[in-house]
Write a protein that binds this ligand. Sequence first.
Ligand code: ADP
Length: 245
Amino acid sequence: MGLIEVQNVSFAYSDRPVVDDVSLTVEAGEFLGLVGPNGSGKTTLLELMIGLRKPDRGSVRLFGEPAHASAERDRVGFVPQNVGDTTGEMPVTVREVVRMGRYPHRLIGRFRDADRTAVTDALRRVDITDLADRRVGRLSGGQRQRVFIARALAADADLLALDEPTVGVDAESREAFYTLLQELNDEGITIILIEHDIGVVTTHASEIACLNRELFFHGDPEAFVETNALADAYGGTQSIVHHDH
Ligand code: ADP
């Protein structure tokens, strides 16, 4: 059984279809890169996969249960797009955000040594121990992404879902960030990454899904570069997809 099983899923905003009859399975331990043009339904599909949206047709199973009703959603660490925009003004420290990952684990609302250790370990794992007492709003974009990954690690997440995490992050920090993702994947965490830089995806992902409303390709990077899926997804349908962001 796959960690996520998407079967014949369609979804529309009002009467505007953005995901059309998509089926794919994500196995535990995979690093799935989700690519496609702007507005091709990547974010929507990711939200469907982790149960933040409910399909109009078809089904999504997450850890074996209907995704939108899964009791195990805290096994998913979600790093949404523009995480900085929503946290920029938050008057909380890095440690406090990471500690939120422990909320589902607390015994009768109290933090124990195990929780404190999990927070310390997560901060160390993503190399932000020195930022622990800084306010999240004062950090750079790349540092903030690490905070949200640390929160997921503190929560013992099995799956990390990231939506264009390095937009606005400088090249050096991006490379370090993708190296971190690769290491976490090597340690057994399943990763789904939406990424516009195809080079990053073919370098780091073990599987690629190429979307433009429909699924144009799903397979390994070697096969992906040998197909026309990318050109088909980007080229043939520009009249259908509106580039409105
Ligand atoms: P991508 O992540 O590939 O850029 P999205 O899933 O964000 O694609 O969006 C797919 C299409 O759905 C786009 O045309 C977008 O404008 C539209 N869309 C996204 N979110 C909403 C929403 N909440 N309400 C209405 N339309 C939306």
